[in-house]
Structure formats: C-alpha cells, structure tokens
Design a protein around this ligand. Structure first.
Ligand SMILES: *[C@@H]1O[C@H](CO)[C@@H](O)[C@H](O)[C@H]1NC(C)=O
Ligand SMILES: *[C@@H]1O[C@H](CO)[C@@H](O)[C@H](O)[C@H]1NC(C)=O
Ligand SMILES: *[C@@H]1O[C@H](CO)[C@@H](O)[C@H](O)[C@H]1NC(C)=O
Ligand SMILES: *[C@@H]1O[C@H](CO)[C@@H](O)[C@H](O)[C@H]1NC(C)=O
Ligand SMILES: [Cu+2]
Length: 165
C-alpha cells in the first residue's frame, strides 16, 4: 500500500509546485467588462457565475472598477448573507485594487453597501487557494491537491490524443 501512495504524493507535490509557478500574480477585473455594478447592468447571481471556474490564489489582485456610486466592503460570511451595511468600506473613486495576501487561503466575501445593490446581486464570494500552503494535518490541502491531480489527468487525457493525431 505504501509503495502505491508515495509516488502519487510526489506527483502531487510536483503539480502543486508547477501550479504555484504558473499562477504568479493574476489580476482579475471583477465582473469582466461589466465591472463592479448592480442591476439593471447585471442580473442577480452575476458575480457567482463570473467567479465560477476561476482559480483565485494568494498574491492575485482583485480589481474592482465601476461607473457611478458603488463601494467595496470586505465582509464576513454572515454579513455577505445578510447584506449588512458595514461601516468599514473601501472607497476607491470608481476603482479599487484588493491585493490578496500571498498566504491567503479560504473564503473572501465582498459586497457593495450602497442602497440595495447587495440584495440585488452586487456581492462576490471567492475561494482563495494559496500557492504555498503551510503544512497541516488538516485534510483540505490534500483534497485540493487531489482536485488538481484530477484536473491534470482530465486535461492530459484530452490533450494527449490530440497530440497523437
Ligand atoms: C464606464 O462608462 C464608460 C463610458 O460609457 C464605458 O466605456 C465603460 O465601459 C464603463 N465601465 C464600466 C466598468 O461599466
Ligand atoms: C450601466 O453601464 C453603463 C456603461 O457600462 C453606464 O454608463 C451606466 O451608468 C450603467 N447604469 C447603471 C444604472 O449603473
Ligand atoms: C478582509 O477580510 C479578511 C477575512 O475576514 C481579513 O482577514 C482581512 O484582514 C480583510 N482585509 C482587509 C483589507 O480588510
Ligand atoms: C444576520 O441576520 C440574522 C437574521 O436576521 C441575524 O440574526 C444576525 O444577527 C445577522 N447578522 C449580522 C452579522 O448582521
Ligand atoms: Cu453598488
């Protein structure tokens, strides 16, 4: 059993090192060309759909850009769910960069506290994965690694036949 497990662990470490090197500081313009806005310019759930399938890593920058009156508040899960009008907002004059700390890990929540923008869908929840996770007996880093491994296997099983044609 041990013999089977060790090579897989080595592979996982190599893949993570690869991902870490490849993922050097991406800048994400939140919401793409729509920017950071509220209905009628977006539909409810727009930012959830926008974030789906994107990988956010420590060191990346979240770039919020908007027209008109909006703000950015970095909030807790509960405040995100409740659209709580927190007093601590990041003001940016239609632009705000939020650099994710290099060791950022876990969930980050952002809302706009202007009027009922948050209730109408101007809210963003993202999962951040640090490219250099600290060693931990906790199972979440290894399930992340296994997820990455599955992705790689899926990718290579679709790329290799293409290359062989
Ligand atoms: C802001 O308005 C300008 C001019 O209409 C437009 O070109 C730009 O795309 C808008 N930006 C956002 C983030 O909506
Ligand atoms: C919708 O977006 C356009 C351009 O992107 C902008 O000019 C307009 O002010 C926005 N409308 C609202 C209600 O935010
Ligand atoms: C943003 O929220 C996270 C999670 O609650 C917190 O660790 C971090 O210090 C906050 N950053 C800023 C700039 O408010
Ligand atoms: C969120 O709403 C629930 C139910 O209305 C309330 O019990 C809770 O205190 C609220 N939390 C925050 C952080 O506003
Ligand atoms: Cu707003």
């Amino acid at each position: 059993m041990g013999r089977g497990v060790v090579p897989v662990d080595c592979l996982v470490v190599a893949i993570l090192a690869c991902l870490g090197a490849a993922a050097a500081a991406t800048e994400y313009v939140i919401g793409g060309s729509r920017g950071w806005t509220a209905p009628p310019n977006i539909t409810a759930g727009y930012y959830t759909e926008w974030a789906a399938g994107k990988t956010f890593a420590g060191g990346d920058t979240l770039k919020f850009v908007w027209n008109g009156t909006h703000n950015v508040a970095n909030v807790t899960r509960e405040e995100y769910d409740n659209c709580t009008k927190v007093s601590s907002v990041l003001e940016g004059g239609e632009m705000l960069d939020f650099p994710l700390p290099a060791n950022a890990n876990g969930l980050y929540y952002f809302i706009c506290t202007v009027d009922s923008h948050c209730q109408n869908g101007q809210k963003l929840a993202i999962t951040v994965i640090s490219p250099t996770p600290t060693e931990s007996p906790n199972s979440s880093p290894s399930s992340t690694a296994i997820g990455a491994l599955f992705m790689l296997v899926l990718l290579s099983s679709s790329i290799v036949p293409m290359l062989m044609n």
